[in-house]
Ligand binder design. Sequence first.
Ligand SMILES: Nc1nc2c(c(=O)[nH]1)N[C@H]1C(S)=C(S)[C@@H](COP(=O)(O)O)O[C@H]1N2
Ligand SMILES: [Mo]
Length: 207
Amino acid sequence: MSLFQKNYPPEIAKRVPPGQRLVKTWPVLHYGPIPKFDGVNWDLEISGLVEEPFTLSYEELRALPTVSVGADMHCVTGWSQLDNTWEGVSFATLRDRAKPTSEAKWVIAHCAYNYTSNLSLEAMNDDDVLVAWRKDGEDLTPDHGWPLRLVVPKRYAWKSAKWLTGLEFSAKNTRGFWEVRGYHIHAEPFAEERYSYQEGPGAELEA
Ligand SMILES: Nc1nc2c(c(=O)[nH]1)N[C@H]1C(S)=C(S)[C@@H](COP(=O)(O)O)O[C@H]1N2
Ligand SMILES: [Mo]
């Protein structure tokens, strides 16, 4: 067990993945500039291997049924936060409208300034995955991903792409921004899947 975890009570410690420590404030972490959002010049494109591709304006997105999800967050640099409450639209709502074909096995998140991240459709199908605009009762600030970010609680947080502009269903697990820079293609924190050198052969085919 990591040194960082030894002072947590057992019920908390078991929720802190190996090598992680809890933070009380919410760090800001990303590569590159923070995009400006004017409320108009933005849409969310659901594309790729789906029967019904569609694009939503911000207004249309906000008119969809909303969910509130309690979740923990783990950044690969070592910080974790427990018990966040996210509000937004469940990934399942977008997926069910798009109807992925049987060839769709992976999802590529597309963001402002060409940031991408990749995940298995299986990981995305977890019922705590959503696209979010609020956390803990407050709208996201621009630095945390406003107007929209992906939240995938059970993967390291670089997969929770900020300034989300699209979700592409794919037959191929195309490595995203951090994945091509040496980070793990699946990124499961309790398995400490941090770096690409830890991947077994064929990792791009297995979730
Ligand atoms: N578009 C974009 N999203 C991103 C990143 C990024 O560089 N660009 N960094 C990721 C990383 S490494 C982390 S830990 C989380 C941090 O989210 P936060 O800044 O809201 O804490 O955002 C993720 N989403
Ligand atoms: Mo991160």
